[in-house]
Design a protein around this ligand. Structure first.
Ligand code: BEZ
Ligand code: FE
Length: 291
């Protein structure tokens, strides 16, 4: 009798016995489950959990599930904070040289943000230090791209998204959709964002605390850039001077996504930019890969 197909389960052959039961015609499912079982059994053999520890792990996953609602996805947060979301993103977004890099989408995107005239101010409550963001959307040969849909969203000067402060911030505060013209340029006004904690009042936050990890993401602006003929780019730009730039809780920072946030105080420059007082100027170009 073979020690896998017909055999009894032992500590030594555990993964092989489990995998030998699979009979599906779904080759991808079989491949995925074979690897998961093999790695999980290897992990348990390395850790040698006590019964109490294993039950604690089961309860952690149970609590993670219970924390999920229509608007809160604690399992994605777990994947984010363990670096798995960024790994999946890296595998699925290998870019040709020169193209802008992607990063995590995050939970605060709204699919129905208003389309606004280029140059609009997305900061509806005028709180915080104003910011002017501008740049170009180019192809990998350096040519401007026309009709790019630019979907932007950001946290406010206290580190909160509008959806986290319903009734405090106006709906659709700090969100907007813009479209490039033939010169590929874009510009809009916002507010200098601040670092903020990922939702840390659930089991994932508790785990991070137990690991001695802080929950903060460095200040950033989110972008989704979409146009026919090119790969859609979901990304951020970051403030390189942020205190958490080297320790993003979800590992989303990449060197190429650093923008410069310049404080403009010169009265002439302020007037030329059509701003009312000192502001931060952020210039960042994006390069899209052909589909
Ligand atoms: C965000 O940047 O909005 C975000 C990303 C991952 C987890 C939590 C928040
Ligand atoms: Fe964010």
């Amino acid at each position: 009798m073979s020690n896998t197909h017909d055999g009894y389960f032992t500590e030594d052959n555990s993964a092989e016995v489990v995998n030998a039961r699979t009979t599906t015609d779904n080759a991808r499912l079989a491949q995925v489950m074979e690897a998961i079982v093999r790695h999980m059994h290897a992990c348990v053999k390395e850790i040698e959990p006590t019964d109490e520890e294993w039950f604690k792990a089961i309860m952690f996953l149970t609590d993670t599930g219970h924390m999920c609602t229509d608007w809160r996805q604690e399992f994605i947060l777990l994947s984010d904070t363990l670096g798995v979301s960024m790994l999946v993103d890296a595998i699925n977004n290998r870019k040709p040289s020169g193209a802008s890099e992607s990063t995590v989408l995050g939970p605060f995107h709204l699919p129905d943000a208003p389309e606004l005239p280029m140059g609009s101010n997305i900061c509806l409550d005028e709180k915080g230090v104003p910011m002017l963001v501008k740049g170009r959307i180019l192809d990998t040969d350096g040519n401007p791209i026309d009709k790019v849909k630019i979907d932007v969203w950001q946290a406010n000067d206290e580190g909160f998204y509008d959806v986290q402060q319903k009734g405090i911030q106006p709906d659709f505060n700090l969100r907007g959709v813009f479209r490039t013209g033939g010169d590929g340029t874009y510009h809009f006004k916002g507010v200098k964002p601040k670092y903020y904690p990922i939702p840390d009042d659930g089991p994932v936050g508790k785990l991070m605390g137990a690991l001695g990890r802080h929950p903060f993401r460095p200040a950033h602006l989110h972008y989704i850039l979409e146009v026919d003929g090119f790969e859609t780019l979901t990304t951020h730009i970051f403030d390189p001077d942020d205190p958490y730039i080297h320790s993003d809780a979800v590992f989303g920072v990449k060197e190429s996504l650093m923008a410069k946030f310049d404080l403009i105080e010169d009265v002439g420059k302020i007037a030329d930019a059509g701003m009312n007082g000192p502001y931060y100027e952020v210039v960042h170009d994006f390069v899209l890969a052909r589909a």
